[in-house]
Design a protein around this ligand. Structure first.
Ligand code: GLC
Length: 675
């Protein structure tokens, strides 16, 4: 392998090393730049000069206070360039331009967020995730569905990719052709702004995807790169020969093994090898080029000024590449997020970033920031581990792995929160480490293999109906697709006309939803799961979806089923109304604030999961029976956990009976409080 060349040296803008790269060859201190100097440049701009004095002062304050957080990550990324000072100034100027046109309503929202910095940690935030077209037809349709969201007390809405995607196959919108235009099938930018206004009026924060790792191959930049424009070829990783790609490949994973062989595709028009981590039509951006950083920052701020409150930063782990590494979660990928965050705060202090890093906890927690950057990277991250472990415990009817693995979680900085979820639009990868499995005497490989068998319905006696996604013959990895209700047993129960099994399936669906509400952070309900919607096999008839079985769990909203949501005898009504109760009980419960510690505890019953929520706000002991049998916990154990005397269940507002034992029905959950 070739010796590794530091990125800041000449590398690898386009693989050919022709980007005009500039290191401080004369040894001058390229960090000789200050907030004052940048401020002078910004305040001399005509657009900025037109602002009121107090507005200018506000920007200056933010620049001064945020300065270290801006420069620290940027030094790691671009600090060795001769034009570093100029780069920083240009980045701040982009922010200043966006600041000058931030709408008044959004400035007010920024104020509210500053006044309530824990707004994402409060137990009154509940999220919902949906595809715009599948949920409501188009953006105007979503406005009409706000009352439905209000019924569930939803106040955070993640609408799946809605920017203009590539024509034809586009990975469900994750191949963006234009970051400043809405997908014409969904509406216009004016419709989008109208929707954000309506959502704000209902206290619903809008989250959208920001696909920051790659663009579509028909994005204007890619088209110009294909046509041979050097400046745009430097936006991507393009190579005339296989030499460098082959060297990179030696240390890279393959993310979609069924869709292509490696991480580079050959582009006929430019006759170049192009880096593409995901589908061949998704081209990875080259952040070694500061111009790419500028373009993406500008796009983020554009969207923030349209009313987006949270940007879900897609596939963040892959954003920076260095030869000889896995090119995943490198320090520079973290620095990129920190720099984006610090610069967007100049404009939109209320804007939050969510890291889409589906990794093991020890690799995810750093996305909240560590050391000087603690709490200064992404405010939100998916709790993938919790999701995986919940499904694992359901299959096993055993909570040991769940308890042990969650006990190993690193601490999180203040004012950051998990997004907890049981399903999303993606597959489930069994991110259970060999180490955690081994600590309980399990073999990690065989356990993951069991889970794939179980949830694809191949395991004898399995209640689940799912499908294997992206089988990797090299390491035998099998991820799983499937809707929550089908994975939890409802599809099979309905097929068998078994009321008993349907009851159990409902119990499982409610149990795992209950725990994502109790764990701390923002629970995100995946569209249709609130009604027990099943797998949708019709994707096989759609040529654009047929080869991606994640569409199994991306159905169109069944509004006929939704009409039964208040029917106590229908499964949809049972699930919907029970979720409403859980969300209502959570709203009023200070002990469930995300800043309260969440400590998994041993209940001395391997079928019952225990989670202690503890803080000056209060204490709560969550108990969850993961089996289809009655279970009990000894009162003595509860005493030892600090819960004595008269106990009370926050969920049902009922006192707890029984002096020696606490009995739990199949899949029952208690939120215990000392009366
Ligand atoms: C994220 C998305 C996934 C998509 C990938 C590539 O992981 O959640 O659906 O395929 O990024 O953009």
């Amino acid at each position: 392998m070739m010796p590794h060349t530091p990125s800041s040296v000449v590398k690898p803008a386009s693989g050919e090393g022709v980007m005009p790269m500039l290191i401080s060859r004369d040894g001058t201190d390229s960090h000789n730049i200050s907030a004052d100097v940048v401020w002078e440049r910004v305040s001399a701009e005509s657009r900025f000069k037109r602002l009121y004095r107090y507005q200018q002062q506000a920007f200056k304050n933010r620049l001064e206070i945020g300065w270290d957080d801006i420069v620290r990550p940027l030094s790691l990324l671009y600090g060795e360039r001769d034009d570093f000072a100029d780069c920083v100034t240009r980045f701040v100027m982009i922010a200043a331009d966006a600041f000058a046109i931030r709408p008044k309503a959004l400035q007010d929202l920024d104020q509210r967020r500053i006044l309530q910095p824990d707004w994402i940690s409060r137990p009154d935030r509940t999220g919902y995730i949906a595809y715009t077209d599948r949920f409501a037809g188009d953006l105007n349709g979503v406005v009409d569905k706000i009352p439905y969201l209000n019924e569930l007390d939803i106040n955070l809405l993640h609408l799946m990719p809605l920017l203009k995607p590539r024509d034809g196959a586009n990975d469900g919108g994750y191949a963006v052709a234009d970051y400043r235009a809405i997908d014409p099938h969904l509406g216009t930018m004016a419709d989008f702004e109208h929707l954000t206004e309506q959502l704000r009026a209902n206290d619903i924060s809008l989250m959208i995807d920001f696909v920051c790792n790659h663009t579509a191959d028909d994005h204007e930049w890619a088209q110009r790169a294909r046509a041979g424009e050097k400046a745009y070829q430097d936006y991507y990783f393009m190579f005339s020969e296989r030499t460098l790609p082959d060297q990179y490949e030696q240390t890279l994973r393959i993310i979609f093994p069924e869709s292509k062989q490696g991480n580079f595709i050959f582009d006929e028009s430019s006759q170049k090898w192009v880096w593409s981590t995901f589908y061949p039509y998704q081209w990875d951006l080259n952040y070694h080029n500061p111009q790419v950083f500028i373009e993406m920052l500008d796009a983020m701020l554009y969207l923030a000024n349209k009313g987006v409150e949270i940007l879900r930063m897609d596939a963040v782990a892959f954003m920076w590449k260095e030869m000889g590494t896995s090119c995943e979660s490198l320090p520079q990928a973290h620095a990129l997020l920190q720099a984006f965050r610090a610069l967007t705060k100049l404009v939109a202090p209320g804007l939050l970033l969510l890291a889409e890093a589906i990794l093991s906890p020890k690799d995810v927690v750093p996305y909240f920031g560590v050391g000087a950057a603690a709490g200064k990277e992404c405010e939100l991250a998916y709790h993938n581990s919790l999701m995986v472990l919940l499904w694992s415990a359901l299959a096993e009817r055993n909570v040991r792995l769940l308890t042990h693995s969650l006990q190993q979680l690193p601490e999180m900085p203040d004012n950051t929160a998990w997004i907890t979820y049981v399903r999303c639009h993606d597959d489930i990868g069994w991110a259970i480490t060999d180490e955690n499995a081994g600590a309980l005497g399990l073999n990690g490989f065989w356990h993951r293999s069991f889970l794939s068998d179980f949830y694809s319905g191949q395991f004898d006696g399995s209640f689940a109906r799912g499908a294997v996604f992206q089988y990797n013959p090299e390491n035998q990895d099998r991820r799983i697709s499937g809707a929550c209700a089908s994975l939890a047993g409802l599809e099979l129960a309905i097929e068998k006309h078994s009321r008993y099994e349907a009851e159990l399936a409902i119990g499982r669906i409610l149990l795992i939803h209950n725990l994502i509400c109790a764990y701390g952070g923002i629970p995100l309900i995946y569209m249709g799961d609130e009604l027990g919607m099943l797998n949708d096999y019709t994707f096989q008839n759609d040529p654009e979806h047929a080869d991606d079985n994640r569409w199994l769990h991306r159905p169109k909203m069944d509004w006929n089923l939704a009409a039964l949501r208040n029917e106590p005898h229908h499964f949809a009504g049972r699930i919907f109304c029970s979720l409403q109760q859980i969300i209502a009980a959570r709203r009023g419960c200070a002990a469930l604030h995300a800043q309260a510690t969440a400590t998994p505890v041993w209940t001395h019953n391997d079928q019952v999961f225990g989670l202690l929520r503890h803080s000056p706000r209060g204490r709560l002991l969550i108990l969850a029976n993961f089996s289809e049998r009655m279970q009990f916990i000894e009162r003595a154990r509860l005493n030892a956990l600090g819960f004595h005397g008269n106990l009370f269940d926050r969920l049902t507002a009922q006192p707890i009976q029984g002096w020696r034992y606490l009995y739990m029905a199949p899949y029952q959950v208690f939120w215990l409080e000392q009366a």
